[in-house]
Design a protein around this ligand. Structure first.
Ligand code: IMP
Length: 434
């Protein structure tokens, strides 16, 4: 019985939502371990499209228990809105969801703090999603945050809330911001929302460990991608949580010894939203073509995504920090119709090949990508459901990426629908998924 982590190997938006949704039917529990409602996991079921920002993508399968782990930060309003949206679509969330009593709570003043830090003239903006995610994690690490368990205990909440609200009022004053936050109204709103959320909150570390002990299968769903991880990503142009595989353990309270496999998700090309270095970005016509063909616009903010070519050194790096057992390559069909396909095979800076991912932003910005060009394929891959049906050039492309990255590509996605997915026979992926 294998418990698996499924996570993004690039800068997010790799198509994890569809993959987690698809594999969920083989699992009893799907748990999110980090991030908040900055994530946008799009899942297409028939002609219905769901954009899940906070609730794990497994929710679309009846009978699958979904868990929001302690590593996630929760905006109660966003949570209740998501539950209402799913309720209206006839999906039973309340009966299936469990929320960690140790998860931290996002408040409206976190968005205010984010506006301040993003707007500072002396600092390059990160290009965040403006959901208050970073400032909430700052309070968590600063040991002044408010957790779900605190929100549900009025006496504890009052003391912590007074302190936190005052702390933010001081920030507003220091930056000369008109403080239009209605602290008392927010307090009452949160108390009201707490009562609606109360029945869903529990010790999810216990729940997950009990489930594993009882032989149930758990999938850990990452949000964002490894290159946005607070430690391993392109700091400071990252999100504020541990998106890499290690985050699955700290973000849920399940030990590494209970995890049996780690699957990476990568696009057949690469995208990024927000600021920061992006070595294989294509600012020309081909990048624009990928954006259009792949509908590369943020599912949370609607921002156009920056597009580029598959980046081998980046994938090798994320495979190393995550220990991928196998890789899922999504959106292969977006490359249909291209005469040639570029792949970034090496990084050069100041004329020399780099053999590690540079930690310095300035050096990352200086990278000259070394490309190889591969032939495109003459017939479309869109919607194909067997590996043998793929045109030879598409199979060669996959084989090339496997050889260069050193990671098995066990699954290929050729469209947004559940059935437009190929799990390769005899692959390690097939064995792990079961
Ligand atoms: P934050 O997570 O809102 O603090 O944003 C930090 C960085 O992460 C920005 O560059 C965002 O565009 C990026 N980011 C956050 N969530 C996602 C996501 O789900 N997909 C892609 N990028 C994201």
């Amino acid at each position: 019985m294998s418990n698996l982590i499924v996570l993004g190997s690039q800068w997010g938006d790799e198509g994890k939502g569809k993959i987690v949704d698809l594999f969920s039917e083989k699992f009893d529990v799907v748990a999110r371990y980090q991030g908040g409602h900055n994530a946008g996991h799009t899942v297409l079921v028939g002609n219905r499209k769901f954009v899940l920002k906070l609730i794990p993508s497994g929710v679309l399968h009846p009978g699958v228990r979904v868990v929001i782990g302690n590593g996630v930060v929760i905006d109660p309003q966003a949570l209740l809105d998501a539950i209402t949206m799913l309720d209206q679509a006839g999906i039973d969330v309340r009966g299936n969801i469990a929320i960690s009593n140790r998860a931290h709570v996002i408040f409206p003043f976190h968005r205010m703090v984010e506006k301040v830090s993003e707007g500072r003239a002396d600092r390059t903006a990160i290009g965040t999603t403006s959901r208050g995610i970073g400032p909430c994690y700052e309070d968590k690490i600063g040991r002044r945050g408010i957790r779900m368990a605190d929100l549900l205990n009025p006496a504890v909440f009052d003391t912590l809330y007074n302190f936190l609200a005052e702390d933010k009022a001081t920030t507003a004053k220091a930056f000369g911001i008109e403080n239009d936050l209605h602290i008392e109204e927010i307090r009452k709103d949160y108390m009201r929302m707490a009562e609606r959320i109360r029945p869903l909150v529990c010790d999810t570390a216990r729940l997950l460990n009990d489930a594993i002990r009882d032989g149930k299968r758990v999938m850990f769903e990452g949000a964002q991608g490894t290159m946005l991880d607070i430690d391993h990503g392109t700091y400071p142009f990252v999100t504020s949580s541990s998106a890499a595989a290690g985050g699955a353990c700290t973000g849920t309270g399940v030990a590494p010894t209970r995890i049996d496999g780690i699957l990476g998700v990568s696009k057949a090309y690469i995208t990024r939203v927000g600021s920061g270095p992006f070595p294989s970005e294509d600012l020309g016509e081909e990048g624009e073509r990928i954006r259009k063909a792949g509908n590369e616009f943020g599912s949370v903010t609607g921002r156009p995504r920056r597009c580029g070519w598959f980046d081998v050194p980046l994938l090798r790096y994320t495979a190393m920090v995550n220990g991928f057992d196998s890789l899922i390559v999504t959106k292969l069909d977006v490359l249909d119709g291209l005469k040639t396909i570029k792949v970034c095979t090496n990084y050069k800076a100041h004329g020399a090949v780099l053999d590690t991912m540079p930690p310095e932003n300035a050096l990352m910005e200086k990278i000259e990508p070394v490309y190889e060009e591969l032939p495109g394929w003459p017939t479309p891959t869109s919607g194909l459901t067997s590996y043998e049906e793929l045109p030879k050039e598409a199979r060669d492309y996959i084989a090339y990426l496997e050889e260069k990255t050193g990671v098995e590509i066990g699954c290929v996605s050729t469209g947004p629908e559940r059935n437009q997915t190929i799990v390769r026979k005899g692959s390690r992926m097939e064995k792990l998924i079961g």
